[in-house]
Design a protein around this ligand. Sequence first.
Ligand SMILES: C[S@@+](CC[C@H](N)C(=O)[O-])C[C@H]1O[C@@H](n2cnc3c(N)ncnc32)[C@H](O)[C@@H]1O
Length: 325
Amino acid sequence: MRLKNVPGCRERIAESEFVVPEDKLKECKGHWSEVFGNDNDIHIEIGMGKGQFIYEMAARNPGINYIGVEKYSAVLLRAVQKMEEEPRDNLIFIRMDAEAIAEVFDEGEVGRIYLNFSDPWPKDRHAKRRLPSREYLARYDKILKQGGRIEFKTDNRVLFDWALEELPESAWKADLVTFDLHSQEELMADNVMTEYEEKFSGLGKPICKYILTRKRKELIMAQLVNTNDFEKEVLECTTPVLVDFYADWCGPCKMMSPVVDQLAEKLADQIKVVKCNVDDSGAVAEKYNVMSIPNFFIFKDGKAVSSKLGASSPADFEQWIKENI
Ligand SMILES: C[S@@+](CC[C@H](N)C(=O)[O-])C[C@H]1O[C@@H](n2cnc3c(N)ncnc32)[C@H](O)[C@@H]1O
């Protein structure tokens, strides 16, 4: 949704008591409870548009604090005008590009993220800008608390199918997937319609929805690969991949294991991390000439671009990864 520029909208937004000043956003990180003056759970909608959904959610759930995130001032102004008519104590807005969301919310600070009718960005080269992309999911992973969830609704079936395909590469699993939300009475009981939802369902388009929760912690960490899936999981991966060639009997491999797991989580939005047991995957180990272990390889676009043999300090190891991705 991009409204024509409304003259003076930036100034009106800057003056509004309902919008957190842009220069104060980073200071709010870790302090959103203080902004609301209570410890209630915080739910955010990213790309809220004119705010119909989040405004109604705030009215229905006074025990939850809501934050609406919108990129464009002219759109956000509509939400602000609604608040000026009838303010809600548990709702506040921020104007920002959600790409920097992890700079504004602290680890575990958010209980739920709503993505409603996110822009599809149909060109492949813009896939990373799609709000349900694996890159964005990794950002959400940083700010959502344990047990937190992501809810995504759209009428765009192509985007929805693509978003589902992003999940195996992310830290999230789908607890609910429906391709026709409005036909399911039990799901509709507490459904709050967004502006776009009203528009597209009114035109007879089915509405898709998923609800994601985080996978168990150990599954976020380095995934196991073997000779059979090496091509798919490593060589065909569109993001850089770190492969840890190891064996269960190898002491230095065990020493490096927590380092690898921590980096898998820390760099989740930059690199995929997998482990390959050389005893189970002799063919792959042989192909890449892995004679001693642990031996780490970074793959980009199907090619090994760097390798590192043996144990090293976490700092050196992280630096080596960063230099090669
Ligand atoms: C198609 S509209 C949907 C509005 C509303 N959620 C609804 O369902 O009616 C998508 C909105 O997301 C906003 N948006 C898109 N990318 C964004 C980003 N990276 N950060 C913040 N807002 C974004 C757009 O400006 C637009 O207002």
